[in-house]
Design a binder for this molecule. Sequence first.
Ligand code: S6P
Length: 603
Amino acid sequence: MAKSDWTCSLSAMHEWESPDYEPSLPVSEKSNPLTRDIDRASASSIVKMLQACDAQMFPEETGSTYHRLLSDQVVTTLMEVAKRVELILKDPEDSLVILSGCGTSGRLAFLITSGFNRALRQLNQSPVYSYIIAGGDRALLSSQEAPEDDPKLGMLSLKKVCEGKKRVLFIGISCGLSAPFVAGQLDFCLQHPEVYTPVLVGFNPAHQARDEPLPGCTFTFLSVVQRMQELAKSHQAFLINPAVGPEAISGSSRMKGGSATKILLEVVLSAAHAAAFSHAPVAYNGILQRLRAYEKTLDVTYAQSEIITDLVEAAGESLRCGRRVCYLGWGSLALLGLIDASECNPTFGADYEDVRGFISGGYGELNNKEGPMTALGPEFCIAHEDFLHQVLPRLTDKDTVLLIYTHSDDVSKVVDLARRVREKTSNLHAVYHQTEEDTSAALQQDDISRLCLSTLKIAWLQGASVSASLQHMQWELSTKLVLNAVSTGAHVLKGKIYQNHMIDVQVTNSKLYRRATRLLQKVSGRPESQCEEALLKTIYRVDKLTLDMTSSDVITHTCTAVTRTKVVPLALVCLLTGCSLREAESHLERQPVVREAVEVWLS
Ligand code: S6P
């Protein structure tokens, strides 16, 4: 990257690693020094900042106190876990590999298990992978934050999936080493070592795991991690927890946390598949080579920053004028669109119509456990036909539409859809992947490019060291990076971010409740108790709290907060001005751009 045109010095890249930098926060919750001013940045600077943040996943310089993706200890653990998967692949009877998580972590569990089960089916093998997502399949497409707080629910859903199994490799994903749902599952595995081998994937050092008491439990996430550390010495449990640096938007683990989850688990599973089915034993160098291929993905993707910037600008403009962004995708890339869109609600307080994903083939292609969910409401209508019926008739030039595909998809279908969209809006863009050698769809691609305002072509060299399946996973990661940049950048341009914090964050689980309180402290400079009080007043929509309210637990607060909007911005206005809740509401109505609103009151 041309670092000269943007002030990304080496020290800023590493500042977060200093023991004095926000010492009370785990890495996953720290604010990234690189993005301090992202709220005032142009689209082009936003993309550069995101690129620099992503580059922190693979630091050029080591010598840090943290384990990183390429650290010896991490690579060795990946090898060990891959060997466990290999054993199951070779003798799958009564065995399972389970990937489980909440929010984005659960969505990626779904994406990864779907891809590897597909690979098994192609080899005429029976599927061994299963996913669990807190809140069930509806959480694949919408924000379901509350089940994350329930360790018992985690444990019960694991038990249910594993009924009758004699050997289970359980991979719990919690980027912040914090989700009670996952802690409950890991605890259950530790209690039944004859069946379960637990693996934990996250992006904080073990001692930074969350130590908050869990309702009805004698353990915390931290105590579970400590028990796992003990067992890890004898390879009865595994911890994969490199640091990838703070997120570009503080705590937004859908970004680097999600990318690193995808990288690590795909490296493990693809190494295991190669060992089980292609006579390529799991080896240190093989793991390293795969990790390097993903590192390269970042470079290949961000080599297109100019066009990514165009997309961010277009999407930002649409959101700014109250219009929408649609991702129309094919295959697993479409799933990345669905995932990215679903995250905009909890992350930016967005409406489901603001950023929406659609997949060719709908639920048939998604192939989720619970089947079609269209009956749950319009936000669960995800097929291209749904787009054609519900959205297309209302599209204008102010809406941004992205076509997302690869040249291995049926490109003639992409041309057809592009033509139909083009009749309603000229604000149409293409994002596609192809190998350099593949010119089979060149003519159709010309048609698409003519219909589109911009075309983001990501061309890949078909290297001998990269298998076709690894290449497809690189395309997925690349798509994830582009879409994360588009949706994050667009919301930043809309004014949803203050410095690098999501100020309009939903307060719908205990992690978000704590984060909201901290944010109020940081911005207002008031003590914690005052901030929590202000937060509770906006949650319960009262100017005076009752004893009932103050004596309730955090779960009760967050259950009430589910029905509220603008909780944190309102609390902030009350704190800064001392005004009543009603006055704060009318302030915010007059100044809906949260960043500007906050600045007005701070000055
Ligand atoms: C984060 C996303 C959330 C998290 C979820 C699980 O950007 O909005 O849904 O994925 O809270 O977090 P964790 O730390 O357990 O993976």
